[in-house]
Design a protein around this ligand. Structure first.
Ligand code: AMP
Ligand code: ZN
Length: 114
């Protein structure tokens, strides 16, 4: 989608520290990390929010979780613990309207979140 920063990362029009890629998803380091491990996994297809997911997106959703599991293992946080976050719309603080899953880990993560 025109003007979407994450579509531009998918199209390699703007740089990102890419850590994983397959045909459905792309993962890269968050530009403003909130934890020692803070990676975003995005769908290659432009889907604005979780509210826009439909039955045709099953493979994408599966790939998001498979990538999260793989990255958590690679970053050695799988056993210690990590958090997957998908912010949706304004009260959750979503700022980029292209679906992305945050992987946060490498420190104690407080609950409830702020
Ligand atoms: P959210 O608030 O859930 O929409 O998260 C958006 C995230 O995208 C934030 O954590 C930003 O730091 C991150 N972000 C925005 N632009 C970029 C970029 N060009 N490269 C890497 N991370 C980005
Ligand atoms: Zn997009």
């Amino acid at each position: 989608m025109m003007g979407c920063v994450f579509c531009k990362i998918v199209q390699k029009q703007i740089p990102a520290k890419i850590v994983y890629e397959d045909d459905k998803v792309l993962a890269f380091e968050d530009a403003t990390p909130q934890a020692p491990v803070h990676i975003l996994i995005i769908s290659k297809e432009h889907i604005p929010t979780v509210n826009d997911i439909n039955a045709g997106h099953k493979e994408i959703i599966s790939s998001l979780f498979a990538a999260a599991k793989k990255i958590a293992e690679e970053r050695n946080i799988a056993q210690k613990g990590y958090r997957l976050v998908i912010n949706t719309n304004s009260e959750a603080g979503q700022t980029v309207f292209h679906i992305h899953m945050h992987i946060l880990g490498g420190r104690h993560l407080a609950w409830p979140p702020g």
